[in-house]
Design a protein around this ligand. Structure first.
Ligand SMILES: [Zn+2]
Length: 473
C-alpha cells in the first residue's frame, strides 16, 4: 500500500473552501480535473459513501411502495416541452443531442435535466384504473444541467447524481400524504444516516420547481454560514397530468386526471454537506452508519518475533467484527503506526483498534474514536461494545452538528440587522409576502420559506410573517 503519501500540504478547516478542495483530493472523494467543466470523476471513497446513502434511501423508498425503474437518459424535444412552465424553467440549461454520426436527427433529444416528462409519458400508458393508484417509482441516476453560475465540486455541477421519485395519486389528499411520508424518509436519511440537522422550507412561488404548485426544500447550514439545499419535494397538482393527459377511471366509471408528486435528494450535495459539517483539521469525520470502513485495525509491532502472534490476534478480532457485519480492515502495511493513524484519520474511519504486545497479553484491545480522539480499552470478549461506541458516536456527532446549526440562527428586527447577519447563518425576518420587499431583502439574502408567525415586514412595516432567509450556495 503506497497510499500513505500525502499529496498536498494540509489546510485548516477555518479556510473552508481551501480545506474542502484539499480533502476532496486527499481522501479520494472526487477528481475535478476532468476536461469538461462541472463534470466530476467520482473516486473510490466518494463513491462508496454515495452507495451507502443510495442503498439506505432505496430500501426506505421500496418499503414505502416505490418500484425501482430506470428511464432512458434522452428525452425528445416535443415531450420535454409539453408542460410550458417546466420547459421555461430548464430551457437555458438543457444539453441537446442533435446528430447521430453525420446525420442530423429528425427530433432533437435532450439529456435529461430531470425526468418528470419522460416518466409521465409512460405513466399515461401505465395508468388505467383507480386500482393502479397510487403508482410510485424511483430511480438513482445522473442528470445534466448546463450551469452558467460558478461550478463547485459536488455542490453545483453540470452532471450530478441523485435519486428521483415520482408518484401518481387519485386525489389531492393522497398526494399530501405522500409528501409527508417522503419528508419523513428524507429526514431519516439526513438525520439518522448522516447525523445532520436540516430545515424544511416551503419556497416562495418564484423559487418553486418549474411546473409545481409547491416546493418543500431541505436546507442545511454549512460551516461558513451559507445554506445548502440538499433535497426537494414537489406538489405537482394536476399540471403535468393535464398536458400529458394522464387519467384513470374512478369507481363510478368517470375519467379523472391524476394528482402528482415528485422529489429528489442530491447525493453530491448530501456528500458535500456531510464532509463540511463533520470534518475537522485532520480530515473527514464519518458517522459510523455511512462510513465505507467502520473499523481499522492497526497491529503495533515492536519486535519482529511478535509479528505472527499479533497478526493472528488482529485477524481473530476482525473475524468477530465481520460476524457482526461491522465493515473492518487490518492495515498490515510496512509504514510506521503513526503514518497509518494519520492516514485513516484523514479518511474519517470512525474507530481505530490498536493491537500491540500488551493488548495481546492481556486479551484487550485499544480503541480510539475518530471524532473525539478518546482512547479506551475493551476486553477481547467484549468486542460487541464497538456497536455501543458507534451509537454514542452517532449521537454525539448529531448533537455537535445541531449545536453548530443552532449557533447560526439569528433574528433581524430591522433591515440593517439583515446586513449584519447576512452570510453568517439563517436569519428570521418579518416579510409581508410582496415580491418588491423580497427584492429589497434579496440585496442581502434569499428568502427560504413562506410560513411563519405574524411579524411586521422589515421593509414596508406592513403585517407579515416571520420567515427564514440566508445567503445560499
Ligand atoms: Zn413588505
Amino acid at each position: 500500500m503506497k497510499h500513505r503519501e500525502t499529496k498536498q500540504k494540509k489546510v485548516r478547516k477555518e479556510n473552508l473552501s481551501d480545506w474542502y478542495h484539499w480533502i476532496l483530493e486527499e481522501a479520494d472523494i472526487v477528481d475535478s480535473r476532468y476536461s469538461i467543466k462541472g463534470m466530476l470523476v467520482y473516486k473510490k471513497w466518494g463513491l462508496l459513501i454515495i452507495r451507502e446513502m443510495q442503498r439506505y434511501l432505496e430500501s426506505l423508498l421500496e418499503e414505502s411502495g416505490h418500484e425501482p425503474t430506470l428511464f432512458p437518459v434522452l428525452i425528445p424535444e416535443d415531450i420535454l416541452g409539453k408542460e410550458t412552465q417546466h420547459i421555461a424553467g430548464f430551457e437555458e440549461q438543457v444539453f441537446w443531442v442533435t446528430h447521430a454520426g453525420e446525420n442530423k436527427l429528425e427530433r432533437k433529444l435532450a439529456l435529461r435535466p430531470t425526468s418528470e416528462t419522460s416518466i409521465y409519458e409512460m405513466f399515461r400508458l401505465w395508468i388505467r384504473s383507480h386500482t393502479d393508484l397510487p403508482l410510485k417509482v424511483h430511480q438513482s441516476c445522473a442528470v445534466y444541467r448546463y450551469e452558467t453560475k460558478h461550478t463547485r465540486p459536488l455542490i453545483r455541477g453540470r452532471e450530478f447524481l441523485w435519486n428521483e421519485g415520482h408518484a401518481a395519486h387519485a386525489d389531492k389528499e393522497d398526494a399530501k400524504k405522500n409528501i409527508l411520508e417522503i419528508q419523513d424518509i428524507y429526514g431519516k436519511l439526513i438525520r439518522e444516516l448522516l447525523c445532520m440537522p436540516f430545515l424544511i422550507d416551503r419556497r416562495p412561488d418564484w423559487d418553486r420547481f418549474p411546473g409545481a404548485d409547491d416546493t418543500y426544500a431541505f436546507d442545511t447550514i454549512m460551516p461558513d454560514g451559507k445554506t445548502l439545499q440538499i433535497a426537494t419535494v414537489h406538489d405537482l397538482g394536476q399540471n403535468f397530468s393535464t398536458v400529458f393527459d394522464i387519467t384513470y377511471e374512478d369507481s363510478e366509471g368517470k375519467h379523472q386526471h391524476i394528482y402528482q408528486t415528485s422529489y429528489g435528494p442530491s447525493f453530491g450535495r448530501l456528500l458535500a454537506a456531510l464532509i463540511s459539517i463533520h470534518g475537522d483539521d485532520r480530515g473527514l469525520v464519518l458517522p459510523p452508519k455511512i462510513a465505507p470502513l467502520q473499523v481499522i485495525i492497526i497491529p503495533i509491532i515492536f519486535k519482529e518475533s511478535d509479528t505472527a502472534e499479533i497478526m493472528e490476534y488482529a485477524k481473530k478480532i476482525r473475524k468477530k467484527l465481520d460476524s457482526m457485519d461491522v465493515r473492518t480492515e487490518i492495515d498490515a502495511g510496512e509504514e510506521r503506526p503513526g503514518a497509518k493513524f494519520y492516514y485513516w484519520e484523514m479518511k474519517g474511519v470512525p474507530l481505530r483498534l490498536e493491537v500491540g504486545p500488551k493488548d495481546l497479553k492481556e486479551k484487550k484491545i485499544t480503541v480510539v474514536r475518530r471524532d473525539t480522539g478518546d482512547k479506551s480499552t475493551i476486553a477481547f470478549d467484549e468486542v460487541d461494545d464497538v456497536c455501543k461506541i458507534f451509537e454514542d458516536m452517532s449521537k454525539d456527532l448529531g448533537e455537535k452538528a445541531e449545536k453548530g446549526f443552532n449557533g447560526k440562527m439569528f433574528e433581524a428586527p430591522a433591515l440593517e440587522d439583515v446586513g449584519k447577519y447576512a452570510g453568517k447563518g439563517v436569519i428570521k425576518i418579518g416579510w409581508c409576502g410582496r415580491k418588491a420587499c423580497a427584492e429589497e431583502i434579496g440585496g442581502y439574502v434569499s428568502i427560504l420559506n413562506v410560513d411563519g408567525d405574524p411579524l411586521e415586514c422589515v421593509v414596508c412595516g406592513d403585517k407579515g410573517q416571520g420567515v427564514r432567509a440566508a445567503k445560499t450556495y
